[in-house]
Write a protein that binds this ligand. Sequence first.
Ligand SMILES: *Cc1c(COP(=O)(O)O)cnc(C)c1O
Ligand code: SF4
Length: 457
Amino acid sequence: MCLCQSRKIVSAGSTEKYKSYTLSNYRNIRQIDRLSEEQKFDIDVVARVLPFKTNNYVVNELIDWDNLPNDPIFILNFPQREMLHPHDFDKMAKLLKRGASKKEITNCANQIRMALNPHPAGQMELNQACLDGKILSGLQHKYGETLLCFPSQGQTCHAYCTFCFRWPQFIGVEKFRFSMHDAEELVKYLKVHTEVTDVLFTGGDPLIMRTKIFARYLRKLIHADLPHLKTIRIGTKALSYWPYRFIDDADADDLLHLFDEVIAAGKHLAIMAHFNSVEELATDAVRHAICRIRSTGAQIRTQSPLLRHINDQPESWIALWEQQVKLGCIPYYMFVVRNTGNRHYFSVSLARAWKIFRAAYSRVSGIARTVRGPCMSALPGKVQVLGTAQIKGNKVFVLQMIQGRNPEWVLQPFFASFDDQAIWLDELRPAFDQSHFFYQDELDMLMESSLLSEGVA
Ligand SMILES: *Cc1c(COP(=O)(O)O)cnc(C)c1O
Ligand code: SF4
């Protein structure tokens, strides 16, 4: 049942006005009385360190307040005590209890954040895009076909996921400064890099931008003469956190017209939507929003990390993929979360991730098996765990890259010794007494030359 046979019969007028809740005002949320004073104090402590933002849609339509404290959406937005290591939690809790100064609290928060180190050395530098010897900030180019673009006005989201690895961007430790000024350079870069077929707008959430602002970026791209540019992708969680962005925000219709424009210019428009649990697909608002987006001809592809406490059961994924397919979305990636930052709380071992993936994948129609996973977005590339096997008495993981820093690496199966605790590629050892994985020498060389050329080494 589609609510928007013709999306021109638009919205019933702006019914919902966006209201955000953060550390400073979350106690005004009507439903918050259901938390004990101790639970609220936990939020106060953790939210000093990790970003915390939710909004009226999440609070009123997504969270099931009868399901606390285990409601997946509640955990997705509200800081939980266990998200900090106990010693860090205690340190901050003590400061708050004795009424420490703002400066002391900030110092302590920064110290804890530093130790959480979400950006392993080299990662950022390695993916930089350069033109005429100059680094183009706000662009990342790791895989030939796809260029990532971080518009400076899109570095926040309608709500913050508690597992998010992008939090340094939100709290200003690290700044991406891609602006319209640089959009000229983006086009120049693309003229030279004819291997790029996809530009992926990401953030934060690019759809936090008003349509007027976003349109300037998109129009620049579609009106530049770039025949090799086939696809514009928009990475977003707006369908989950603020579907009114596509329905009755003041510029929602303009956004859909902008999508029309992209498609009329002959580009494929792919909305890379981020959904973590099936509850996010259950409201009238999200269904209407999906329907309206699809009426433009844009495709919605979906991805999510596998998260302990939120979706670490096969049933969660079966429900998620089945519902997505039913609504006309295409399941795309299941990611594994890296064990850094606050993510010890969320991480699932590779062995278990594969079991969950397999149990879910084997029970859905082929129509939903477009999804690839479990997949680590790691230094050499996107590494998929194909499974475990016994080879001549050795238990191994069978792995392959879906994307590689060097395209030659893609779809070459390789083997790691089985380790039921391992959470990430760098904890795995090559199987059969080999000293390193097949790509390692080349990767070392790539890293060295790229760091040297940018003067980082
Ligand atoms: C995942 C990713 C992409 C896109 O990869 P696809 O497999 O084409 O979706 C592009 N750049 C980076 C840095 C990525 O991590
Ligand atoms: S929507 Fe994306 S960028 Fe924003 S907090 Fe969630 S995971 Fe991070």
